[in-house]
Design a protein around this ligand. Structure first.
Ligand code: AMP
Ligand code: MG
Length: 394
């Protein structure tokens, strides 16, 4: 069985995945664009606000006529938000105006209602106001043609609000990599069914699909196969038909019923050992022109394999910021197997990192409590409290 370092396998994964997941652009509705990554600069098609309007409920006046207060003047009419409004304010009068209503020509200030007393026909302005007060000018937020947002931004509610405010219907975004998930194992059943002797619940299906979505991918299908080669082959070919990448779990090690290895080896897949723990047995193949990443089935191995090999490539393809590896001092001592890069489950404390339970790759509850992977280099066999370790956020 061939053997590789983590870096070597990661390079091979990248070489296969990068062209298959290369950036592609699509238009999506602004209403469906939350969390997507903008693929091109977006400019404003109009001025915002699109017309001069009132910032307060009150009275639109010529500032010159309220330079001294109190002053009483006739109220010409009332203009509400949504009204086209009077074209012009007769000199020496006021217009009763609501927030968001157009300010007529000739008016250049709004006196808030709380600074006035009024009847139907007359208003007394008690506080003097200067030109421009409580008036929102056309284009005071953005002008037509202004850059609203540069390519590369991950769209939030605030961005979508801005796009909607300028009337955009669609925006260009990066297409998300489409990834199919296949879990394998005769022992697997889905949650909600009673376990028969020898069976366990399939946790890798949801683990992988949730990890994919959290890292900018779109899950094109999630299937479960037994260890039957014909069934797995059929599911695999169906998956490649609508995916940019397929990820499988289980069936890659040295046992008797290694369905993934048995089906993919004759198709030119590589199966071997990567010098890491967990996640030693790995596979990498191309089927129907689609890359296939084969992770071992232990739930911790599957997720660690995802973080180490798939996550960086998917985030790059999706235009998301890379995961930042940090260095933190260890809180506790640790030991590690020589010749293998260990990815131990850890938990971040204030300014340091501690171990979360043991190294067993079946310990899913411990993994759930962890929030980082502690990356112990191949040649290191023991570390002391205070030693710096590389820490990957989960
Ligand atoms: P394998 O890599 O197929 O030899 O599986 C290694 C271990 O992981 C076995 O104990 C399997 O029962 C377990 N396992 C495999 N696939 C899954 C899965 N989808 N969910 C939970 N455990 C699994
Ligand atoms: Mg298996």
């Amino acid at each position: 069985m061939t053997s590789r370092s983590v870096d070597e396998h990661a390079r091979r994964v990248r070489a296969l995945l990068a062209p298959a997941l290369a950036h592609r652009t699509e238009l999506v509705a602004v209403t469906a664009a939350l969390g997507r990554v903008l693929a091109g600069d977006v400019h404003s098609p109009l001025d915002l606000p699109p017309f001069r309007n009132s910032q307060m409920d009150g009275f639109a006046v010529a500032a010159a006529s309220v330079r001294t207060a109190p002053v009483t003047m006739p109220v010409a009419e009332t203009v509400a938000a949504g009204d086209a409004g009077p074209a012009h304010l007769p000199p020496g009068t006021a217009v009763r105006i609501m927030t968001g209503a157009p300010v007529p020509d000739g008016a250049d200030a709004v006196v808030p209602v709380e600074d006035t007393e009024s009847t139907t026909d007359e208003v007394t302005v008690r506080v003097a106001r200067g030109a421009g007060e409580y008036v929102r000018d056309r284009g005071s937020d953005v002008h037509a043609g202004d850059l609203l947002l540069a390519a590369g931004a991950r769209l939030t509610a605030r961005h979508l609000s801005m796009f909607a405010a300028v009337g955009l219907v669609e925006v260009p975004v990066l297409r998300r990599p489409r990834v199919a998930v296949i879990t394998t194992g005769a022992e697997l059943v889905e949650a909600g069914r009673a376990l028969e002797p020898g069976q366990i619940y399939d946790s890798n299906g949801i683990a992988l699909s949730a990890s994919l979505e959290a890292n900018g991918a779109e899950v094109s299908s999630v299937d479960r196969s037994t260890d039957d080669v014909d069934l797995f082959r059929e599911i695999l070919h169906r998956a490649t038909a609508s995916a940019d990448l397929v990820i499988t779990s289980g069936g890659v090690s040295m046992g008797e019923f290694e369905v993934v290895r048995e089906v993919l080896t004759p198709l030119g897949g590589w199966f071997g050992h990567v010098a890491m723990q967990p996640g030693g047995p790995q596979g990498l193949a191309e089927v129907d022109g689609v890359p296939v990443l084969n992770f071992p089935g232990n739930p911790v191995s599957t997720l660690v394999s995802f973080e180490v090999f798939a996550r960086p490539e998917l985030r790059r393809a999706a235009g998301l910021v890379p995961i930042e590896v940090e260095r933190l001092p260890l809180e506790v001592p640790l030991t590690s197997v020589p010749g293998k890069r260990q990815f131990l489950r850890g938990r971040r404390l204030a300014g340091s990192v501690t171990l979360e339970s043991g190294p067993g790759s079946h310990l899913v509850a411990a993994l759930a409590r962890a929030d980082v992977l502690i990356d112990v280099p191949e040649d290191v066999t023991a570390m002391e409290p205070g030693d710096d370790v590389r820490v990957w956020p989960l």
